[in-house]
Design a protein around this ligand. Structure first.
Ligand code: SF4
Length: 383
């Protein structure tokens, strides 16, 4: 019969391995809860290599939680540039304001989870690192490691499987160093128990790992895949409108289900075969003013989790129906439309997405061809 080492007996081995092998990442050199919070929010949907290039710059700009709380959300979004998923920047900003108002740090995972943008995983990690709570974490890496460790026959997203994985993570957690224990398990997933090529010979968990120790099992068969969610296809039409050296952009609503809160080219959803004249009609209804659209250039495909956005992009012209404001010339967007004209330098400081450049490329407009200087600051409608 196969003898496996119990998880509790592996705590010391796991921590010793972490002390020896862990990567030197900037957010591991600090014990400051604010700096840890910033890192963990950045790491939620962005690879650590990318976060490493942005983290220090963000903290230089907002060195303390008070500085972040006092900043305008637009400045926070600009400093977030390059990390994507700007909703996180807005949540971090709101969290900073709440922390400043409360004047006290959360003392447990439950209290961390009360802050915006902080779910079960992040709150557990923050509690273990900042509050010394023995709260185990389960991210994608840990799910893979523990699914193999237990040779779990269930997809890790199922509630019962999650409970088992979390219970095992708790058994591996050393209460005297909970933050390091959690990071060690995640680091095993990043460096050793890799998706396609687990290096079991170098793994501190090997003596207790069922998938490795059993002769009949292949660790790569875990975690077991769950049913795939059907992909949803959405058809969109995007208008590329230039005026002099400026580009017309639209600030998407903060609760939009894609590109939320980001500046993008005016875009509407249409049926797949709709003509440009129909697109102009819908653009007018959504953004105000009169629109004229050319035949669309090739289609841009943009995947967001389980959704595929098929975007037809076309050069277009837009006329506001409002009389130009005397003090600002005709840089006035249609009332309530959240449209604004921007020059290239301004665009580079805005929260945008890779889809902006991709779309411009397809219609033959590069950001370099958009003007460098604007005589006036951009004018945004709405709040
Ligand atoms: S022994 Fe192999 S399969 Fe098991 S946790 Fe370690 S690397 Fe993963």
């Amino acid at each position: 019969m196969l003898q496996l080492v119990e998880p509790e007996a592996l705590r010391g081995t796991l921590l010793a391995w972490f002390d020896r092998c862990r990567r030197d990442l900037p957010w591991r050199r600090t014990e400051d809860p604010y700096e840890i919070l910033v890192a963990e929010i950045m790491l939620q949907q962005t690879r650590s290599e990318v976060v490493a290039t942005r983290y220090r710059g963000f903290l230089d700009r907002f060195p303390r939680v008070g500085a972040l709380a006092e900043a305008r959300v637009e400045s926070v979004e600009a400093a977030w540039s390059g990390l994507g998923y700007y909703r996180r920047a807005r949540n971090l900003h709101r969290a900073a304001r709440i922390l400043v108002e409360r004047r006290t740090l959360p003392a447990s995972a439950a209290e961390w989870a009360e802050l915006p943008g902080i779910g079960a995983y992040t709150s557990a990690l923050l509690a273990s690192r900042c509050s010394g709570e023995a709260s185990p974490v389960l991210d994608g890496n840990v799910e893979r490691v523990l699914s193999r460790f237990l040779a779990s026959a269930e997809p890790p997203r199922r509630a019962a499987a999650r409970r088992r994985l979390l219970a095992t993570a708790a058994r591996l957690l050393d209460g005297s160093r909970p933050g390091d224990s959690n990071q060690a398990l995640m680091e095993v997933g990043s460096l050793v128990c890799r998706r396609g090529a687990p290096d079991c010979g170098a793994c501190p968990l090997a003596p207790g790992c069922l998938a490795f120790r059993s002769r009949e099992l292949d660790p790569r068969a875990f975690p077991v895949a769950g049913p795939r969610r059907a992909r949803e296809v959405r058809h969109c039409f995007t208008a590329v409108v230039q005026r002099g050296g400026e580009l017309l952009l639209h600030r998407r609503p903060g609760d939009a289900d894609w590109l939320a809160g980001r500046w993008h080219l005016p875009t509407v959803e249409l049926a797949s075969g709709d003509e440009p004249v129909r697109a102009a009609e819908v653009l007018g209804r959504e953004f105000g003013g009169c629109w004229e659209c050319d035949e669309p250039a090739v289609m841009v495909r943009h995947a967001v989790t389980y959704r595929d956005f098929l975007v037809r992009a076309a050069v277009a012209r837009w006329r506001t129906e409002r009389r130009p404001d005397e003090s600002t010339g005709d840089r006035v967007p249609a009332e309530g439309s959240a449209l604004a004209w921007f020059g290239r330098e301004e665009i580079e400081g805005l929260p945008t997405s890779s889809l902006l450049r991709k779309t411009l490329d397809t219609v033959g407009v590069t950001l370099d061809s958009v003007g460098v200087n604007c005589a006036d600051p951009p004018i945004h409608s709405g709040p």
